[in-house]
Design a binder for this molecule. Structure first.
Ligand code: URA
Length: 449
């Protein structure tokens, strides 16, 4: 096979064969295919698109480039996972996974670190002193069986071709291609081995996808990849035009997640978690225990009210060497030196809480990283007290800044200046969920536990 022929075919809009796709992915992973040719192919894909068959074959080729976990064998039961495409203040995993585990469905999840806008569950968990996210596969499996909940760093052995290709896409302006994004995300999900996955596809100014139609298209393609690979997939397309919950940072997001696990927390976060966790139970118990969404919701709400979900989170922290006193007394979590609250200058209704502006302001405090090697500050962040459509009186808190230096506090204040305008008229609150897409269910044997 010759790469020049493959490039010509894709350039002219032809459908690549499975053998051609396998040959390209194998060659690029082994280093026999040079970056310049792979870059040309990625650009041709971005411009020409891919058929459903090509997208599935590309995904499978990336899965085969590394190791594939068999979570069902590890857990001895149906394995369910979730993935968020990344949003501002998105601490959903910290709440949802213990809720699902508390309902008797074990969860073994591999997560990522923060990069750019995408929040990193691992960084948030590392706000808890000692919390270990680097687990050997054996330990990961044992904890999933014994505790019912484990969250660890993604193994580099999963879909290594995706890591190499993503790095190249990043420097060749080929990231924003829906087939490439869909296959990249799903190759890691399939290699991570869950039978069923709930995808939380964020749409809006604080998300990777800014338009609802793009989000729907991405969700549809990922659901189809799941179907072709014999996995159950449900996609929830959710609104990311304002932060989810109030906290944006690391330790302060853990604090908000703990409030929610204690049965409190902001209404939008609690509701979003009930929706995502409900779909996870729906996949795990399809046709059996959790077939009735109302019943699943009741059980999940009970897991928050009874403290069962919090106990699972606590057990996970102990098993992964974290300082559990920080869970029991969240005021022990890292705190910033300087705290300042900005208030409403006059009465009015909150017009927008621009997610992108909020994350820029929070970045000024050091909550994230621009590149993989940057250090982040676990203690800093923002607490946004208002939602779009909320009525406020003069002097009501709008946002609290948690900073560790005068300079970053000043920069953050500048970023926030004029960011939360007030209207004299009523403003409609934003919907939480825009759409849902359900994949065709795969038939498997009975779900044991
Ligand atoms: N996240 C991924 O894992 N891959 C992409 O291509 C984009 C976002």
């Amino acid at each position: 096979m010759r790469m020049i022929d493959i490039l010509e075919r894709k350039r002219d809009g032809a459908e690549l064969t499975r053998d051609e796709i396998d040959w390209v992915i194998e060659g690029y992973t082994k280093g026999t295919l040079p970056d310049y040719q792979m870059s040309a192919l990625l650009m041709a894909i971005l411009l020409r698109g891919m058929t459903r068959a090509e997208i599935s074959q590309l995904t499978q080729a990336m899965v085969r480039s590394g190791r594939e976990l068999r979570l069902r064998d590890m857990l001895g039961s149906y394995a369910v996972d979730k993935h968020s495409s990344g949003g501002v203040g998105d601490k959903t995993s910290l709440v949802v996974l213990p809720m699902v585990a508390a309902c008797g469905v074990p969860v073994a999840k591999m997560s990522g670190r923060a990069l750019g806008y995408t929040g990193g569950t691992l960084d948030k968990l590392e706000s808890i002193a000692g919390f270990n996210v680097t687990l050997a596969t054996e330990q990961f499996a044992r904890q999933a069986r014994e505790v019912g909940l484990v969250i660890a760093g993604q193994s580099e052995e999963l879909a290594p071709a995706d890591g190499l290709i993503y790095a190249l896409r990043d420097v060749t302006a080929t990231v924003p291609s829906i087939p490439l994004i869909a296959s990249s995300i799903m190759s890691k999900k399939i290699a991570a081995g869950a039978d069923g996955t709930v995808l939380d596809v964020k749409v809006g100014e604080g998300a990777f996808m800014t338009e609802a139609d793009q989000g729907r298209e991405l969700a549809q393609q990922m659901v189809r990849i799941g179907e072709d690979a014999g996995r159950d997939v449900t996609a929830v397309i959710s609104n990311m035009n304002q932060p989810l919950g109030g906290a944006v940072g690391n330790a302060i997001e853990v604090r908000e997640a703990l409030d929610t696990l204690r049965g409190g927390g902001p209404e939008d976060l609690r509701e979003h978690c009930l929706i995502i966790a409900g779909h996870m139970l729906g996949l795990a118990g399809q046709g059996e225990r959790w077939h009735d969404p109302g019943e699943a919701r009741e059980a999940l709400a009970e897991s928050l009210g009874s403290g069962a979900a919090l106990r699972r989170f606590r057990d996970m922290v102990i098993a992964q060497d974290g300082d559990v006193r920080m869970v029991d007394e969240p005021e022990r979590l890292p705190t910033a030196r300087l705290v300042e609250t900005l208030t409403a200058p006059r009465p009015g209704v909150v017009k927008v809480v621009p997610a992108r502006g909020v994350i820029h302001a929070a970045f000024a405090l050091g909550i994230g990283r621009e590149s993989k090697v940057d250090e982040l500050d676990h203690a800093t962040g923002l607490w946004v007290h208002v939602k779009v459509g909320q009525r406020v009186a003069a002097g009501d808190p709008l946002v609290t800044i948690h900073a560790n230096s005068e300079e970053s506090l000043m920069r953050c204040r500048e970023e926030l200046d004029g960011l939360l305008p007030l209207s004299r008229e009523d403003v409609a609150p934003l919907p939480l969920v825009l759409d849902e897409i359900h994949g065709r269910r795969q038939r498997r044997g009975p779900r044991s536990s």
